[in-house]
Structures are given as structure tokens and as C-alpha cells.
Design a protein around this ligand. Structure first.
Ligand SMILES: Nc1ncnc2c1ncn2[C@@H]1O[C@H](COP(=O)(O)OP(=O)(O)OP(=O)(O)O)[C@@H](O)[C@H]1O
Length: 336
């Protein structure tokens, strides 16, 4: 069985987004996760996890290495299929939908290790995310879900790409404007490099490009997996500013992040995972002093520092290089 196939998943090719009447009737959550499970060869990576994200809410998932945070994001984004449990977006079940369909429904994500198309420019990387939203240039796109009829949308797209239509040209202008506005969000960093290939960017700029690509979709819910991993202090502070701006704009975010000062500053609510389970949940200040949370962190960090109440605030992941410099020498990009 492939990793992305779960028990109880629909037959191949069936990626419908079902309306869960019970959930829709009882919940006004944007995202609702109920009894989620995913095991890997006996490892209970996610083991009965339930939580919600309200519209406009910023919720962070924290926890020691290997506690199941990334697996949870992978399940919500459809990169992995759950073994059990439900995931609903605005009351509509998405746990059997494929990642492209979930993105169309309004969930965009970034990845823990940053994923960009190395040979594409910054602008093209941002635009790639918008391909799924095209309608005038992809008039038969719904057919691409039907395996035997996939050649029809492909031929249609090719035809329109070559000859163009007034509608497809109008659509391209709108796409260009959207891409430009997302690049401008990171103008100081990405602006001068908008036409540079991604392989020539610093690590931090690749992360910014990835965030811009996700935001270009104007998602209802943005999933960010360690957006500051490998960034130094000033770069992390920049990301924090941008997250606070997104929050002020009303963007709902589900954030996985190890830099707990950032988490405590930006989050409305914090979920703490350990061993695939949620061990605490609440307002940042409450969670920070929760004995179970302190124990979960201390249990893996003996020798890192003193056992104080505030250990959670200063905890850093074991594999994270403090103040890592992301100005990539090979690229010639230097970020102070
Ligand atoms: N594809 C996989 N195959 C086997 N085991 C996996 C796989 N993905 C995750 N795991 C295991 O599931 C558990 C949870 O992993 P996960 O990456 O979700 O944790 P995490 O909290 O995100 O950790 P980190 O903070 O280090 O990124 C770990 O024990 C991990 O080794």
C-alpha cells in the first residue's frame, strides 16, 4: 500500500470533497480535525489528534522533535492520507481529497525544508501556484481528474497557450498582477531578484519565495511548516513582522515552528504535541507554564540549560543551528 493511501480511502481517482452535514451544522470552525491518526510501521506519528482553527485565527503546533507536527500538517494538506479521523474545511470533508483539490478548496502550504523550482525565476515560482486557479487558459481542467480523458485538457491548454484568447490574455494580466503583489510583499528581499533563478537565491529568500507562492493562492488557511528554520535572528524577526501583518489582515494560519518566542508572539492559540498526541492547548501564556509541556521539553533537553519555568520559551530544537547564517556563500547573496 502506498504511503498516501489510507484505510477507508476512496477508490483511486475519487477525490471528492464531501459535505459533512453534522460538522457543518455544529461548527463554525474554518478547519476542524477530529480523531486524526497516522501510523508508520508501528510508530504512532499522529495518534488521535483533534483541534480546530477558527476563521482569522493563528494557531501554532509546537512540540519536541518527532512529536507529530509535520505529519499533522501533511495530513491536513493531503500530502499524506490519514489512517483514521476526519478533516473538514468549513464543514466540508477534505480528508479524502488529493493535495491539488485541497489547495483549490483554500488550503496552501509551505514545506519544512523549503521547496522551490530551482531553475524557475522568483516570479515564475510564485506563478506556478496559480496554475490550478486558471479557468480561461484551462477550460477543460476538471477533465484532468478523469485518467482516460486527461489528453483533452492537455491539448486544450496547449492550443490556448499557442494562439491565446482574449479571456486567457485578461486572465494572464490578473495573474501577473497577483504575482507582482506577492513579490512586493517581500519587496526589500525579493524585489531586486524577481527575475533571478531560485537556485541563485539565499536559503531565506527561497523560503520567502515559497511563502509568496502559497499566499498568491489567497488561501483561506495557510499552513506554514517551520518558516524560520535555518534563519538567523534578524531574518526570523522579519518573518515575525510578516506573520503579524498577515494576522492583522485576517489570514488564518496553522503554524509549526520551533522558535517559541515567535510562536508566543504571533499565536492566538498554541497546541502542544508529544508522542503523536496533544498534551496541552490554550493561550500562549497558559501553555508556556503548563507542567506537562515543560516536562515534555525537559525530558529531551536535559543538559541544555537550567530547569526553569520558562524553559519552553528558550527551547530550541536539537537539530537547529542557533543564529544560522542563511546568506548562502555559493549564491553570493548575503543577508545581514
Ligand atoms: N514517512 C515516514 N516514515 C516513517 N516514519 C515517519 C515518517 N514520517 C514521520 N515519521 C515518524 O513519525 C514521527 C513524527 O514525525 P514528524 O516529522 O511528524 O515529527 P515533528 O514533530 O514534525 O518533528 P520535527 O520537529 O523534528 O520536524 C517520528 O517518529 C518520525 O520518525
Amino acid at each position: 500500500m502506498s504511503e498516501n493511501t489510507a484505510a477507508g480511502a476512496p477508490a483511486s481517482g475519487e477525490t471528492s470533497v464531501e459535505v459533512d452535514a453534522a460538522t457543518a451544522a455544529t461548527s463554525d470552525a474554518l478547519l476542524s480535525v477530529e480523531g486524526l491518526e497516522r501510523h508508520f510501521d508501528g510508530v504512532r506519528a499522529v495518534d488521535g489528534v483533534s483541534f480546530t482553527v477558527a476563521p482569522h485565527e493563528v494557531v501554532s503546533i509546537i512540540g519536541p522533535n518527532g512529536s507529530g507536527k509535520t505529519t499533522t500538517l501533511n495530513l491536513v494538506s493531503g500530502a499524506l492520507r490519514a489512517g483514521a479521523g476526519t478533516i473538514s474545511l468549513e464543514g466540508r470533508r477534505i480528508d479524502h481529497a488529493d493535495p491539488a483539490r485541497i489547495a483549490e478548496e483554500g488550503v496552501a502550504r509551505t514545506f519544512q525544508n523549503g521547496r522551490v523550482f530551482a531553475t524557475l525565476s522568483v516570479r515564475d515560482n510564485v506563478e506556478v501556484g496559480l496554475h490550478s486557479t486558471l479557468t480561461a487558459s484551462r477550460p477543460f481542467r476538471r477533465l484532468s481528474r478523469l485518467f482516460l480523458l486527461r489528453w483533452i485538457p492537455l491539448l486544450g491548454e496547449l492550443f490556448i497557450a499557442i494562439i491565446g484568447t482574449p479571456a486567457s490574455r485578461r486572465e494572464q494580466k490578473q495573474i501577473d498582477a497577483r504575482v507582482e503583489s506577492e513579490v512586493q510583499r517581500f519587496e526589500a528581499r525579493l524585489g531586486p531578484r524577481r527575475d533571478d533563478p531560485a537556485y541563485s537565491l539565499s536559503y531565506a529568500n527561497r523560503r520567502r519565495t515559497e511563502i509568496a507562492r502559497a499566499l498568491a493562492l489567497q488561501p483561506k488557511l495557510l499552513l506554514l511548516d517551520e518558516p524560520t528554520a535555518g534563519m538567523n535572528q534578524s531574518e526570523t524577526a522579519e518573518v515575525l513582522e510578516q506573520l503579524l501583518q498577515l494576522k492583522a489582515d485576517g489570514q488564518a494560519i496553522l503554524l509549526v515552528e520551533h522558535k517559541l518566542d515567535l510562536v508566543m508572539t504571533v499565536s492566538d492559540r498554541v497546541i502542544v504535541m508529544d508522542g503523536g498526541r496533544i498534551i496541552a492547548e490554550g493561550a500562549p501564556q497558559t501553555v508556556r507554564h503548563d507542567p506537562a509541556v515543560i516536562e515534555a521539553y525537559l525530558g529531551r533537553r536535559r543538559g541544555l540549560g537550567g530547569a526553569t519555568d520558562d524553559v519552553v520559551a528558550s527551547a530550541a530544537p536539537a537539530d537547529e543551528t542557533p543564529a544560522a547564517t542563511t546568506g548562502d556563500a555559493a549564491t553570493g547573496e548575503d543577508e545581514a
